[in-house]
Design a protein around this ligand. Structure first.
Ligand code: LLP
Length: 433
């Protein structure tokens, strides 16, 4: 199967996730609920992987896009490595049965503890983003008598053409180092007994729909690789990061074949293994957010459908003004133009604007392309419990994260003990030390 489309389709007038009607998921697990399709996840992974089958490569799924351990375990079984950005993500990968030897660690602010844990776990590569970080890793590796595998993240100063918040390859962004600074860091790493240069990496942004910036970046990276080779520093792999865009509305994403062909052509005879860190491409279209219409409300200007999902469940529309398709779960007659909004007390709490839908209170709606950067960016704002997550495989469905309860939320908090009594205040101060 070759398509990065979702496995959500209408059958007998009702939207299904694979073979399961969404109304069944809603009645069993409640709403709002994230619903993922196993076949969509696996086919997107295989599509990406197959596009590079004629060159040594490793696809490292970017955990930040969706870090549910059920999804990580499916990908680990399919052969994926992982791109992590925190110690928490490393723990998730290990818990899901991922192979640490296929893990790359990105991020501008890795802590001492995170570096140490990843070194002890035996990850494939630390993607280094500053001189300070390289020094810190060297110290930790020396103290533990280990050799840390490193790559330097190059910031090529290239515009990926995506939303400014998710473009990362410009000089003004906090990510990576300039090519000149990279050369210096490579020399330093090369001379260290406790660091081993294994690769070079970059990531210019997310939701990229033009191939040119990717190829221009690779061009700059290859210049550096050649320069390093002349200096006697061997680069084993080139990590091109993630970023391959998907269709939310009418974007024309780069096909995996076009992406691979352009990259392999530019690579020419360079023997380096290629590494990739796709997140959105693998998981965005494999998930929807299912929500129930609570009530309809109209004024002279607008029709509002107030639904039980909100900005705390899916923040992308509010944060990036992103457009995500909304559909009814069951068709009915009588379309009107609606703003789909949540119950949160902010005007920014909208999921979609100006959508032609036929809906009534009690109906279910699906917000599409919500598998990536959906649940992972959710919060408890307004003391709302985070949604459940359900994974569908054929006719089966599994709850892979139960809905939070108020007990879950309150379990982490406590009331100050007897603030009105002096003694207790002392007690409390002691406890804080
Ligand atoms: N590698 C690195 C170093 C990254 O920073 C990212 C994403 C990826 C890989 C994966 O990129 P992808 O293939 O998913 O485009 N919350 C935003 C997206 C933020 C992306 C951050 N970095 C959104 O909802 O659009």
């Amino acid at each position: 199967m070759k398509k990065n489309s979702s496995s959500f389709s209408f059958r007998n007038g009702e939207l299904h996730a694979e073979d399961v009607p969404l109304s069944r998921i809603a009645s069993q697990y409640g709403t709002p609920v994230y619903v993922y399709s196993r076949s969509a996840i696996e086919s997107a992974y295989h599509e990406f992987d197959l596009a590079f089958e004629h060159h040594p490569h490793q696809v490292c799924y970017s955990v930040k896009a969706n870090s549910n351990i059920a999804i990580l375990s499916l990908l680990a079984n399919a052969g994926a490595g992982f791109d992590i950005v925190s110690g928490g993500e490393l723990q998730r990968v290990l818990r899901a049965g991922g192979d640490p030897a296929k893990v790359v660690f990105s991020g501008v602010g890795k802590t001492k503890q995170e570096l140490l844990d990843a070194l002890m776990a035996g990850i494939a590569c630390f993607n280094i983003e500053s001189d300070t970080e390289l020094g810190l890793l060297e110290t930790i590796a020396t103290q533990t008598n280990r050799i840390a595998p490193v790559s330097i993240r190059v910031n090529p100063d290239i515009d990926a053409g995506s939303h400014p918040y998710i473009a990362t390859g410009l000089r003004e962004n906090k990510f990576g180092v300039t090519p000149d600074a990279a050369l210096k860091l490579y020399e330093k790493a090369h001379q260290s007994a406790n660091l081993q240069v294994v690769g070079i990496d970059c990531h210019i942004g997310s939701q990229i729909t033009e191939i040119a910036p990717v190829i221009d970046t690779l061009d700059k990276v290859l210049e550096l690789v050649d320069e390093l080779t002349r200096m006697g520093i061997e680069i084993g792999h080139i990590d091109l990061g993630g970023g391959l865009g998907v269709r939310y509305r009418d974007e024309i994403p780069i096909s995996t074949d076009a992406y691979a062909n352009a990259i392999l052509q530019k690579l020419g005879n360079h023997p380096q293994k290629l590494m990739f860190e796709p997140g959105r491409f693998i998981i965005a279209n494999a998930g929807i957010l299912l929500s129930e219409v609570l009530l309809l409300k109209s004024n002279e200007d607008r029709n509002f459908a107030i639904v039980d999902a909100a900005m705390n469940d899916l923040i992308r529309p509010a944060l990036y003004q992103s457009w995500q398709k909304v559909s009814e779960v069951k068709h009915r007659a009588g379309k009107k133009t609606w703003s789909i909004v949540g119950p949160v007390c902010e005007t920014g709490d909208f999921l979609a604007k100006d959508r032609d839908l036929a809906i009534q209170a009690g109906d279910l709606i699906a917000i599409h392309t919500a598998g990536a950067y959906g649940f992972v960016m959710s919060s408890n704002y307004n003391s709302r419990n985070r949604a459940a997550e359900v994974l569908v495989s054929g006719e089966r469905h599994y709850c892979v994260r139960r809905r939070e309860t108020m007990e879950d939320q309150l379990a982490l908090e406590s009331i100050l003990p007897g603030l009105d009594q002096d003694e207790d205040q002392t007690c409390n101060r002691k406890a804080l030390k």
